[in-house]
Design a protein around this ligand. Structure first.
Ligand code: UGA
Length: 437
């Protein structure tokens, strides 16, 4: 039997669009649904709503072979499908919990329009227990059709999304035992390549997702604290990273110090896990402290910039996105740091980012100025701050900056620049994790 399935993916954000196009590349017949007409019109014309390496080519390949289409209305498609994948957003509410309105709206619409048995695969990040609740909703609905809810969290990173989806360390599937064979067929492509597929129940799969993100964020918060200690005592940050990362129980990945973690997942998922812990009276001190440590980190970096500048100074701020290779500035440490600088009278901030300027403009409006390249942003500046690890920042030429800047100072928040060159060019340098010279 062929393992190809008809799949409807609801939501064309990072997870939905990438999952949809990758499922179709794996051989499934996929329809991606989004209620945003503009997005769907754009996708039909080959315009991507997000910047993600390799996405445009893969979409065009799948559309051309007839395995991927887009629509705004799920009703014509769900009853022709073997599975519906829910991948809509779960933004954060004011109390820190996940807002599940979009998920429940989709579930209700499926229930109202169902005319066959169907598998509902949930990829949206939702608090443990939600899939069981959704299963109950289906079971208790007046529909005579049997639906089975599967939790299948996604672990892709922005910027590496296609590679992460196609070659993950593992696929996690939380389902009833009678769905196992069907899900194995669904992930036949991964299984045939010996990628580990972990089967468990729904609530465990949901907790795996929150635990993974919280644990990774904890590693970053930890190494950022070690970076601060190294700065103060003169230890070699790279040596520490190599020394601890070489212990296979710790591992080298996600131990790069920086200005704090950001993005639409880590801070939000930790908040949601803390909110869940509070609700069930679990005393999750470690998890709670991860976001607090990250907030302190952002303040610490801003304080350092304040100490390096005067209110009249121009500050050249390089990197607005929360990491390289994305245009996403949601919950970016850069934005938070700039906000702290602005309230502390550092109002001459000149920004540049290879991809994130337009999204940054929507948040910071005219409170800062936006520039087309590094050197425009550096003109008359007294300090250059490198906040994101974009490749083009690694090759900044000290001689070129020297001629433009008012006074020569550089602060590297990602440890990407060859500081020796800057020291030789008489720059005052500061690098996270390195004691000031
Ligand atoms: C994260 C997870 O890595 C994915 O596995 C998960 O699927 C995703 O969230 C999600 O839940 O959807 P993402 O937010 O795209 O992915 O980005 P990461 O590459 O994890 O980076 C997050 C933040 O941590 C960035 O601000 C980055 O600069 C920072 N970071 C990361 C560090 O400061 N140091 C590191 O060593 C790694």
């Amino acid at each position: 039997m062929s393992s190809a399935r008809k799949v409807v993916v609801i939501g064309t954000g990072y997870v939905g669009l990438v999952s949809g196009v990758c499922f179709s590349d794996m051989g499934h017949q996929v329809t991606c649904i989004d209620t945003n007409q503009e997005k769907i019109d754009g996708l039909k014309e080959g315009k991507m709503p997000i910047f993600e390496r390799g996405l445009e080519d893969l979409v065009s390949k799948s559309v051309n072979v007839g395995r991927l289409e887009f629509d705004i209305d799920m009703r014509d498609h769900i009853n022709k499908a073997d599975a519906v994948v829910i991948a809509v957003g779960t933004p954060i509410k004011e109390d820190g919990s996940a807002n599940l309105d979009f998920v429940y709206r989709v579930v209700d619409e499926i229930i109202q329009n169902l005319s066959k048995d169907i598998t509902i695969i949930i990829k949206s990040t939702i608090p443990p227990g939600t899939c069981d609740f959704i299963q109950k909703k289906f079971d208790e609905s007046i529909s005579q059709y049997k639906s089975s809810v599967v939790s299948n969290p996604e672990f892709l990173r922005e910027g590496e999304a296609i590679e992460d989806f196609m070659n993950p360390d593992r696929v996690v599937i939380g389902c009833d035992s009678d769905k196992k064979e069907e899900m194995k067929n669904f992930y036949q492509d991964h299984i045939s390549r010996n990628i580990s597929v972990i089967f468990t129940n729904r609530i465990t799969a949901e907790l795996i997702k929150y635990s993974s993100n919280s644990f990774l964020a904890m590693k970053i918060a930890f190494i950022n604290e070690i970076a601060s200690i190294s700065e103060k005592i003169g230890a070699d940050m790279d040596g520490v990273r190599l020394g601890i990362g070489s212990d296979s129980r710790i591992g080298k990945k996600f131990l790069n110090p920086g200005p704090g973690f950001g993005g639409s997942c880590f801070p939000k998922d930790i908040e949601a896990l803390v909110e869940l812990s509070d609700k069930i009276n679990a005393d999750s001190k470690v998890i709670r402290s991860v976001n607090n440590s990250n907030k302190d980190r952002i303040q610490e970096i801003a304080n350092n910039i304040l100490a390096m500048t005067e209110p009249k100074d121009n500050i050249c701020f390089l990197g607005m996105t929360y990491k390289a290779n994305t245009d996403d500035v949601r919950t970016s440490p850069s934005i938070d740091i700039i906000r702290i600088l602005l309230v502390n009278n550092r109002t001459n901030i000149k920004c540049y980012d290879p991809m994130g300027i337009e999204s940054a403009r929507k948040i910071l409006s005219d409170k800062v100025t936006y520039h087309n390249n590094i050197y425009d942003a550096a003109e008359d500046a007294s300090l250059v701050v490198i906040a994101t690890e974009w490749d083009e920042f690694k090759d900044i030429q000290p001689e070129k900056l020297s001629n433009l800047m008012k006074s020569k100072s550089i602060y590297d928040l990602r440890r990407i620049v060859n500081m020796k060159q800057f020291i030789e060019a008489d720059f005052k340098t500061k690098v996270i994790g390195l004691q000031d010279a």
